[in-house]
Ligand binder design. Structure first.
Ligand SMILES: [Zn+2]
Length: 317
């Protein structure tokens, strides 16, 4: 069974004419319902993230300033990042969905929990919004897992962009392993192979910068080869996934060439890694993915890959 954490407030984070728009989630939900996958998942509303959970990953002054900004009507936080009147509440709910997903796999042995959220999170820095992201949902989730007593948390990020905010949050933290595959050089500019963490966290950041045109087969080879070997050495107690679908071949914001079914293979690979290393505990958090026609099927394929029993029997290829 896959538990999906979603709330309609995500649709109220109003970005105007922008690739990161509410239609992304509308399209995914409609597709899952049409194909029958939604009936085999459980879709639940999470509670919003408590302020103290958010502030384990973000500076309290930033969280306060973000709320004030939104209360005064919002606007642009950086050239790409927009917040409207409901955006702070939506962001707290998105972080809440990531927290609820961690609790779901820790407490009730669900095969997979998926935070179907927006705004996305992996570019959000501890003290700054960036790249469509307000709060770093997966970072809040990782801190929550640590708060629940886990000492080794892995984050795998297969979004086509480097998750600079997540890397920054755990740069010196030996308990959180951050592994990213991403197009490089590309937005946001970080994620060189030499970015490996620092101090006590040295070696628990692992980046795979890859050229435009990278295929699903190449990505899979990395995840199952060097990536899995590094995770095996780290021995995570839970696997968190920044699941971005902008590595899709027709995505307007990336130049990788993954096909829809490649996301199923990635999901299966991560499932095998979680089964081997983290007693099957795997949580995914939606990041990017901007082709409204392809995104829903990419997500569905991924869900089937991670949890074939919970989501099988769909129209997926
Ligand atoms: Zn992205």
């Amino acid at each position: 069974m896959t538990r999906i954490f979603y709330d309609a407030i995500f649709l109220e984070h109003d970005t105007g004419a922008h690739p990161e728009c509410a239609d992304r989630l509308r399209a995914i939900l409609a597709h899952l319902r049409r194909g029958g996958s939604a009936a085999r998942c459980r879709i639940e509303t999470p509670p919003p993230a408590p302020r103290e959970a958010i502030e384990r990953a973000h500076a309290s002054q930033y969280v306060h300033a973000l709320r004030e900004f939104v209360e005064h009507g919002g606007g642009h936080l950086d050239p790409d990042t927009v917040a409207g009147p409901r955006s702070f509440d939506a962001a707290c709910m998105a972080a809440g969905a990531a927290l609820a997903s961690v609790d779901a796999v820790l407490d009730s042995r669900d095969a997979h929990a998926f935070a179907l959220v927006r705004p996305p999170g992996h570019h959000a820095m501890p003290s700054r919004a960036m790249g469509f992201c307000l709060l770093n949902n997966v970072a809040v989730a990782a801190r929550h897992a640590q708060g629940r007593g886990l000492r080794r948390v892995a984050i795998v990020d297969f979004d086509v962009h480097h998750g600079n905010g997540t890397q920054e949050a755990f740069w010196r933290d030996p308990e959180v392993f951050y592994l990213s595959t991403h197009q490089y050089p590309f937005y946001p500019g970080t994620g060189a192979r030499s970015d490996r963490g620092e101090g006590p966290g040295e070696g628990t950041t692992l980046n795979f910068p890859l050229p435009a045109g990278t295929t699903g087969a190449r990505l899979l080879e990395i995840l199952e080869g060097e990536g899995a070997a590094a995770l095996r050495a780290f021995r995570p107690e839970i696997l968190l996934v920044s699941a971005g679908f902008d590595a899709y071949e027709n995505d307007p914001l990336g130049q990788f060439t993954l096909r829809e079914e490649d996301f199923r293979s990635i999901g299966s690979a991560l499932r095998r890694i979680a089964d081997e290393l983290s007693t099957g505990r795997i949580v995914s958090v939606l990041e990017g993915g901007y082709n409204l026609h392809g995104l829903p099927s990419c997500v569905e394929q991924y869900l089937v890959g991670v949890d074939p029993l919970g989501t099988a029997g769909t129209d997926g290829r």
